[in-house]
Design a protein around this ligand. Structure first.
Ligand code: FAD
Length: 281
């Protein structure tokens, strides 16, 4: 039996947040010794393109934890992608989660990369020493005409050079198991890490589920309805829900769990305390 991977995701603090906030987050999670910490990438033309590389640099060189840099394609030309890849390399980061990014109302896409698979192929060509990760969607991507079609596209992305997949958040493990079976049947053999997002607020869960076209299972819906007016109770229930999801995934031989920390170290630590023995800790 294998020990699954355990990784975390953080995001660069908003431009107006104090610079030290990312240190508070990293200080709070460093002793969990995750297999890696990934850092998200702003996808609009106005986002600070250096933030991901700077934080990934800090994770690798100050915290001595492997880092994965996200990189989005829609609003970048090849020169900007080259610049980002060089920044990552100089920071000692050579694993990139290659993403298409979402369309933003009113912003003009550049047109250099249409799908994430185009970016994957480009990174493989420019930086053959880099490892490239990709995103996948247990309930199907919200723009895909069907889950099967989405998995056909996923195969193209993996064949372009992705060696590791991380899923979008999901709240029903059966959706993940169904997806994994289909992915394996499609001949995709790379590891699939399950993305788990702890519930914090009822409104944010419902908003996120709508945006990603993801389902809120009845059991979770009952918790949200019951504790909507009691933030502390819902937070506690969310920690238990995520912990149970993880325990069930490990029991079903998941390749790894990727926890979306939302830069909340206390929540992350409580979940880790509940599940760490399942990861051999
Ligand atoms: P793709 O793989 O290109 O897929 C997008 C859509 O295009 C799908 O419907 C797919 O079926 C279709 N498609 C793909 N290839 C083809 C093809 N060859 N022909 C026709 N159709 C095709 N966003 C950010 O802005 N920053 C982040 O840091 C970030 N991190 C993320 C991390 C994870 C783990 C996940 C799951 C998502 C993340 N996102 C992030 C969101 C992501 O950018 C969006 O979900 C985006 O809509 C799709 O990106 P993708 O890389 O999966 O796209």
């Amino acid at each position: 039996m294998h020990t699954p991977m355990f990784s975390l995701e953080v995001f660069p603090p908003k431009r107006d947040a104090p610079v030290g906030t990312i240190y508070d987050t990293l200080d709070g999670i460093e002793d969990l010794k995750p297999d890696f910490i990934s850092v998200t990438y702003g996808h609009g033309t106005h986002s600070d393109r250096t933030a991901t590389a700077r934080i990934a640099n800090t994770i690798v060189n100050e915290y001595r934890i492997p880092a994965v840099a996200h990189l989005t394609a829609l609003y970048s030309d090849k020169a900007k992608i080259d610049e980002a890849l060089d920044m990552f390399e100089n920071a000692g980061v050579n694993t990139v989660l290659a993403l298409r990014g979402d369309y933003i109302d009113g912003e003009q896409v550049v047109g250099a990369f249409e799908h994430a698979s185009d970016l994957v192929a480009y990174i493989r060509e420019r930086k053959p020493n880099f490892t490239v990760f990709g995103a996948c969607y247990p309930e199907g991507h919200y723009q895909a005409e069907s889950l099967d079609k989405d998995i056909e596209h996923l195969k193209i992305k993996v064949d372009a050079g992705v060696t590791h997949l991380i899923t979008q958040l999901f709240y029903d493990n059966d959706d993940f198991y169904r997806f994994r079976d289909k992915v394996r049947a499609a001949g995709i053999t790379v590891p699939i890490e399950a993305g788990i997002m702890p519930v914090r607020g009822a409104k944010s869960v419902r908003r996120m589920a709508e945006r990603n076209a993801s389902r809120i299972p009845e059991h979770l819906d009952e918790l949200l309805t019951r504790w909507e007016g009691n933030a502390e109770a819902l937070h506690n229930a969310g920690i238990l829900y995520a912990s149970e999801q993880i325990a069930d995934l490990v029991a079903h031989d998941v390749d790894g769990v990727h926890l979306y920390t939302m830069n909340h170290p206390a929540t992350t630590r409580r979940i880790w305390r509940n599940v760490k023995s399942l990861f051999g800790e």
